[in-house]
Structure formats: structure tokens, C-alpha cells
Design a binder for this molecule. Structure first.
Ligand code: G3I
Length: 338
């Protein structure tokens, strides 16, 4: 009973989950998903391989289908993503110079997708996972991005480094997104292993400032997404206070924040593990709920059997039969108590 119509009381706060449309034909989605969650993200349908299967040919079928599902059930929708080194269309990797990608390929793609999805999208991950994993404190935004190891999958220069001699490809993506997005849609950089006081999070903050300075997009239209794919057994997650401090730093600039892809692998669903999972989930949700600039909280898959982390990871709020786990009750209680 506690699970029905869980809606946050905090103004424009969006609590949601991702899924792929072929999963949503199950009755569980209309009976449980759409009342528990009020916000939707397409897990794969808005990515570059799905939305521009041939160069210059925009195909928003899957992305629009997910948005339609959301709208039909009174839910809102956010966009993931317009640029990522992974799940690129087969025509892209290795085929173009950095100048072509920045000057033509990115602007065309971002315009077609953002214009095509309309003005009601709450936020877009304009660039996804562009910061390296080996960064250190004090790096510039450019150094943070140059530290990334995956650029060879995008450009034609062999090393892939041509794209990141500067950050103009990121400015191109943001400038185009700003031109075609709705007037209140937030434009985000999104990454994993970020959220607290560490070098990669500092890179996220440096990057959004750098983007503002080089595009003149107002800070109140920019956002930083924290994916939050967590593993309970290895730690590496942040305290509520650490998250709150980062949200506050960005809030002082006027930048919005969001938890964009949360899941917590526990590997075996013992009651102790599930209680631990619930406690971490509650902390992350509270950090976002009580930060004035954190306005979206997304779970990356709603059910263990649908999770990219594997069923046995037990990483989501609902078990494989669709029954709420302790973390689901925890989340519901935190939302209702806010
Ligand atoms: O498209 C084929 C389909 O034709 C085929 O029938 C099916 C068979 O398994 O595979 C389909 O492609 C898979 C696709 O998901 C759609 O289901 C890919 O093999 C698979 O690699 C892909 O995985 C996705 C992954 O991103 C790719 O990197 C996961 O579902 C998705 O959850 C995951 O999401 C990412 C975020 O976008 C960014 N942050 C990390 C997160 C987790 O990796």
C-alpha cells in the first residue's frame, strides 16, 4: 500500500527509472511502475546508434515510444544522451576528422534529436562520460577530458586524440542543444564515479564551468548528472554529507544536479544485504531531495531481472517477480516524509 502514487512533494522533483520499450509490454509496468515512478528515461532508445542509424537520417522511433509511454501515464521524460563514445552508429567510428565531427556531425545529430523530442524534456545528457578515470586534483577541464581513454572509438585519426586537442566538440554539442531545447530543459554533463570530494567530481565541476564560460549558456540551464552505479561489497559510494556538499557547490553557481542512473549491486539478496542496500539508497535520495538544486532522481532499471548488472546482482528496487524490496519501501518512505 505504501507504494501507491509515490510522488515527491518537492516542487519540480522528478523521481523515475529507465527501461526499454520492449520490456514495458508487461502488465507490471502499468500496474506498478507507472504509479511508483513518475518520470521515465529510455535505457537505450535515445542513444546515437538508435537515433541516427544512417548518417543524416534521424530515427526517433524508440526514443519517442518511451516518451509516449511516459506521457500516456502522466509521467515526465528526460533524455539520455546526445553524445557518448559508446553505442555510436556503425557509420561513425573511424570515419571522420575531428573538424568534421565538431563542425557538422555533432551539430546535425544534436539538433535532429533535441528538436525532434520536443520542448518538454526535463533535461538532456548532452555529453555522457567524457571525463577520464585517471584524473587528479587541480586538472583543467581539458586535461580531465584528455585523460579519457575511449576517444579512439569516435575519430578517424588512429589515436583518437585529435578530437580532444580542445573542447570545441563539447561546446558544439551544448551550443546546439541550447539552441533547440525547451526553454527550461537543463543541459547536462553526466558521469560515473562522481558525487563527493574527489578528483573526478572536481573535473565535473570544472567542466561545467568551462562550458559556461565558452558558450555563454546561463548557469541556470546547465546541470551535472551523477550516475551512481554502486557496488555495496566494494564500497566507493559517498556519504549523504559528501553528496550534499557537492550539490551545494554547484548550486552556488546556479547549476542543477541530478542522480541519473542509480543502482546498487549486492550480489546476494540476503536480508542483511537488502537492508544495507536500502540504507544507501535512502542516503542518496535524501541528499538529492534536500538539496535545493537537485531535481531528478533516476534508477537505472526498475527490476532486478531487467538490470544491466544482471539478475543476481539484485541491484534495483524490485525483485525479479516485481515485488518491492526493502529499498523500495525506504525510498517510498523518504519521499512521503519529505
Ligand atoms: O541492439 C541489440 C539487439 O538487437 C539484440 O537483440 C540484443 C540482444 O541482447 O542486444 C541489443 O543491444 C544491447 C543493448 O544494450 C540493448 O539491449 C547491447 O548488446 C548491450 O551492450 C546494451 O547494453 C546497454 C549498455 O548501456 C551499453 O553500453 C545497457 O542496456 C544499458 O543499461 C547501459 O547503460 C549505460 C548508460 O547508457 C550510461 N552509463 C552506464 C550505463 C550502464 O552501462
Amino acid at each position: 500500500p505504501i507504494l501507491a502514487n509515490v510522488t515527491a512533494k518537492k516542487g519540480t522533483f522528478h523521481f523515475g527509472s529507465t527501461f526499454d520499450t520492449y520490456e514495458a509490454d508487461q502488465s507490471w509496468f502499468t500496474s506498478t511502475f507507472t504509479t511508483f515512478y513518475r518520470h521515465v528515461v529510455s535505457e537505450n532508445g535515445c542513444k546515437w546508434d538508435a537515433t541516427e542509424p544512417s548518417q543524416g537520417v534521424s530515427d526517433l522511433t524508440e526514443c519517442l515510444a518511451t516518451q509516449s509511454f511516459a506521457t500516456a501515464h502522466g509521467n515526465t521524460f528526460r533524455g539520455h544522451n546526445t553524445f557518448w563514445h559508446s553505442q555510436t552508429p556503425s557509420w561513425l567510428p573511424g570515419s571522420f576528422t575531428a573538424a568534421q565531427i565538431t563542425g557538422t556531425i555533432i551539430p546535425q545529430h544534436v539538433q535532429a534529436e533535441i528538436q525532434g523530442m520536443g520542448s518538454s524534456v526535463t533535461s538532456w545528457d548532452v555529453v555522457n562520460e567524457v571525463i577520464g578515470d585517471g584524473v587528479s586534483n587541480g586538472m583543467t577541464a581539458l586535461q580531465c577530458v584528455q585523460n579519457k581513454g575511449d576517444w579512439p572509438t569516435v575519430t578517424s585519426d588512429g589515436s583518437g586524440k585529435a578530437l580532444v586537442t580542445d573542447l570545441s566538440f563539447i561546446y558544439a554539442a551544448f551550443n546546439t542543444a541550447y539552441q533547440y531545447a525547451g526553454s527550461s530543459t537543463r543541459l547536462a554533463v553526466n558521469d560515473y564515479n562522481t558525487g563527493g570530494q574527489d578528483a573526478k567530481t572536481a573535473c565535473s565541476i570544472a567542466l561545467i564551468q568551462n562550458i559556461q564560460q565558452n558558450t555563454n549558456i546561463p548557469y541556470n540551464r546547465l546541470a551535472v548528472g551523477f550516475q551512481s552505479h554502486l557496488t555495496a561489497s566494494t564500497g566507493g559510494f559517498y556519504t549523504k554529507q559528501a553528496l550534499a556538499s557537492t550539490f551545494s557547490t554547484l548550486g552556488a553557481l546556479g547549476v542543477s544536479t541530478m542522480i541519473t542512473e542509480m543502482d546498487i549491486e549486492v550480489n546476494s539478496d540476503t536480508s542483511a544485504n537488502l537492508r544495507y542496500q536500502a540504507a544507501i539508497w535512502g542516503d542518496y535520495l535524501d541528499a538529492c531531495l534536500y538539496a535545493s538544486n537537485c531535481f531528478e532522481f533516476i534508477n537505472w532499471d526498475p527490476r532486478d531481472d531487467l538490470s544491466w548488472r544482471g539478475t543476481s546482482a539484485a541491484a534495483t528496487l524490485f525483485d525479479s517477480s516485481g515485488n518491492p524490496k526493502p529499498a523500495a519501501y525506504e525510498v517510498a518512505a523518504r519521499l512521503q516524509n519529505y
